[in-house]
Structure formats: structure tokens, C-alpha cells
Design a protein around this ligand. Structure first.
Ligand SMILES: NC(=O)c1ccc[n+]([C@@H]2O[C@H](COP(=O)([O-])OP(=O)(O)OC[C@H]3O[C@@H](n4cnc5c(N)ncnc54)[C@H](OP(=O)(O)O)[C@@H]3O)[C@@H](O)[C@H]2O)c1
Length: 334
């Protein structure tokens, strides 16, 4: 392993970069934050000054043209992930791109093709997969602590109406916004991970706020092989929830506050076996720092990152099926 830290560039001046990825890169022993690119040069300079980033560019192209940038983080509005990920990969950069990787499975396929052609790594930034809470739930399920899981329920919501970002990209359908792609995608990812399987078909319903184009709420049911079922709801209208439960005939495991971006938090796992109930508290980590380290390690060892191409492709296929079902009001095969 070389002694020099890997240089990261950030495309755009997103909130999530400020809140989570920048502290995550700082926490990493092997990465350093080197450059930021913004559509606006003055904004890039201000951002660089505020976060002590050595280099700033008044365009995304400028950042990508800098040969010193080895790793790129893409926290753009969802409809721009495809374009800027592919541009980064073609310049030989490894890419950590925010979820959802693309707005359709077709986009995601093209993104991974570009990674393959240019011999670089691409990973979807599902940070919660690095948190010990979900790893502990997975361990309990795989050890058969509650027997055979038959049902999953995921809930992720918060009232976007009450927030102060008036022109929020998440309300805009044309920018890949909406509760499904922003929030529901986590529940889909969680059940796919915990069941270690893919749904065969889905049925979904979406509803809309009169002032906005993207879905305000989506609820879906997913049928898994082995007579297993999953449901989830995502909403920009309901109160704060970021929970899930996995249920068997003899017990249940529940995770709370799983997807809220936060650092060093303690998270609970509730385990129910028959009439007994136990709460385990899991010590938090900086899951954003771990995803940064994961991509770096995968690149340096030329191995698959933990969130693989197959995983992200299957995830995108389920999202496509949920969208189609909500549009047609019918069951859709995945
Ligand atoms: N993993 C997590 O915990 C987590 C949490 C929240 C969001 N996310 C994901 O992160 C991504 C960004 O979300 P965010 O809420 O942080 O976004 P945001 O604050 O709205 O930032 C998006 C950035 O994209 C750039 N941009 C380029 N074209 C734009 C356009 N037409 N309109 C608005 N901005 C544009 C802007 O940077 P410049 O103007 O400087 O170019 C802007 O700062 C999304 O994919 C989202 O799903 C992940």
C-alpha cells in the first residue's frame, strides 16, 4: 500500500457532502479531500474555503480533467448520476455515486459497462450497509435466531413539507426525485440484503402532492420465493421513521433509525423470541467513512466492492418494477 493518501474530488456542493461525506473522508486514514467542482466558480471557492479543500473548479469538467483526482464522489440530483458517473469513469476515476445509482436499470447497466471498459470501480453509496446495526441483524437472521423469516416491513418517511429547502430536488420528477427513489430504495435494499434473495413480483401505489411532480408517497408489496412477503412505505408527508422489522412464526427482529445520516450514533436492535423481548444497543461508526475506505480497498486490490454490480443492478430492476406497478396499478414481474 502506498503511503500517500488517495485524492478525492466531489462533484457539486451537495448537502449530503457537507453533512456526511466530507467528515467521512476526513475520518478515513487512507483518503484525503482534494478538490470540489461546482457549476458556479464562486460557490466552489466558498465551499473549498469552508471545508479546507485545496482545489476548487467552476465546472464539473474542470474537476474531472485534474489527473490528481483519483476518486470521485457524486452527490448530484438523481437524474445526473448517470451522466457524471460515466464521464468520471471514462477519465479513469473510481466512483462512489449516491443512491439510487441511476433512475432506471438501463442507466445502471450503462454505468457499470463504463466502469468495466475503463477498468475502474463503481459503487452505489448505500452507507447503512456498513453500519454494525444492519450487520448484527443480518448475523442474527443468518444464525436462525428467529427461525425462518417470512415477512419484512420497512418504513422510511419524514415531512419534507416542513423543511426550509424550498426548491428541493426531491420534489421534482424530472430530476429523479420522489419518495420511492429517495427513501423506498433503502427498504428495498434492506429486504433484498436480509433475505439474500430477489422479489419475483411487486404491487405498488404512489400518491402525489398537488404542488409537486414527484411521488410524495409510495407503498408496495413484494413477493419473494419461499412464500415470503415484504412491504414498505416511503413518504415525504409522514413523520420521521426509518425502521424495519423481519418477522418469523416464532419471533421478530426490529431495527430503528437505520437510515438517518448521522455519525457515531448508538442504534437499537430489538429481538423478540416468543414472549421474551430484548434490546441490544449497537455502538455507531462513521458509516460514510467506511464506504469511502471500501471503495479505496476494492480499487487497490482490484476486487469487487461490497455493494456489487449485481446487487445494484437487481436493486434498479426492483425500482423499475415498483414504478411500473404504481403507474399501471397491477402486479409487475421483476
Ligand atoms: N446516503 C445518504 O445518506 C444520502 C442522504 C441524502 C441524500 N443522498 C443522495 O445524495 C444526492 C444529493 O442529495 P442532496 O440532498 O445532498 O442534494 P442537494 O443538496 O440538493 O445538492 C445537489 C447538488 O447538485 C448540484 N446540482 C447540479 N445540477 C443541479 C440542479 N439542476 N439543481 C440542483 N442542484 C444541482 C448542486 O451543486 P453545484 O450547484 O455546486 O454544482 C447541488 O449542490 C441524491 O442522489 C440523494 O439521493 C444520500
Amino acid at each position: 500500500m502506498k503511503n500517500q493518501k488517495a485524492k478525492w474530488g466531489i462533484v457539486g456542493t451537495a448537502n449530503i457532502a457537507k453533512k456526511a461525506l466530507i467528515p467521512g473522508i476526513r475520518d478515513s486514514d487512507s483518503s484525503e479531500l482534494y478538490a470540489v467542482g461546482s457549476r458556479d466558480g464562486a460557490r466552489a471557492k466558498r465551499f473549498a474555503k469552508e471545508f479546507e479543500i485545496p482545489e476548487s473548479y467552476g465546472s464539473y469538467e474542470g474537476l474531472l480533467d485534474d489527473p490528481r483526482v483519483e476518486f470521485v464522489y457524486i452527490p448530484l440530483p438523481n437524474h445526473l448520476h448517470h451522466e457524471w458517473t460515466i464521464k468520471s469513469l471514462k477519465r479513469g476515476k473510481h466512483v462512489l455515486c449516491e443512491k439510487p445509482l441511476g433512475t432506471t436499470a438501463g442507466e445502471v447497466r450503462e454505468m457499470f459497462e463504463a466502469a468495466k471498459e475503463n477498468d475502474v470501480k463503481l459503487m452505489e453509496a448505500f452507507m447503512y450497509r456498513f453500519h454494525p446495526q444492519v450487520l448484527r441483524v443480518k448475523e442474527l437472521i443468518d444464525r436462525g435466531e428467529i427461525g425462518e423469516p417470512k415477512f419484512f416491513r420497512g418504513a422510511f418517511s419524514f415531512p419534507l413539507v416542513n423543511q426550509d429547502r424550498e426548491d428541493d430536488i426531491r420534489w421534482k420528477e424530472e430530476m429523479g426525485g420522489g419518495s420511492l427513489l429517495d427513501l423506498g430504495t433503502y427498504s428495498i435494499n434492506t429486504v433484498r440484503y436480509l433475505f439474500d434473495d430477489e422479489p419475483r413480483k411487486v404491487f405498488a401505489r404512489s400518491s402525489y402532492h398537488p404542488d409537486h411532480t414527484a411521488d410524495a408517497e409510495t407503498q408496495a408489496t413484494m413477493e419473494f420465493p419461499g412464500d415470503r412477503t415484504a412491504t414498505f412505505d416511503s413518504s415525504f408527508l409522514l413523520s420521521d421513521r426509518a425502521n424495519f422489522e423481519v418477522v418469523s412464526s416464532s419471533g421478530a427482529i426490529r431495527g430503528f433509525n437505520t437510515y438517518g445520516p448521522g455519525r457515531y450514533k448508538r442504534l437499537n436492535v430489538e429481538i423478540e423470541r416468543g414472549n421474551s423481548r430484548e434490546i441490544e444497543t449497537v455502538k455507531g461508526v462513521d458509516e460514510y467513512s467506511l464506504e469511502v475506505d471500501e471503495l479505496l480497498d476494492a480499487a487497490s486490490k482490484d476486487r469487487k466492492p461490497k455493494i456489487t454490480r449485481e446487487d445494484s443492478m437487481n436493486q434498479a430492476r426492483v425500482l423499475d418494477a415498483v414504478k411500473e406497478s404504481a403507474e399501471n396499478q397491477s402486479w409487475v414481474e421483476v
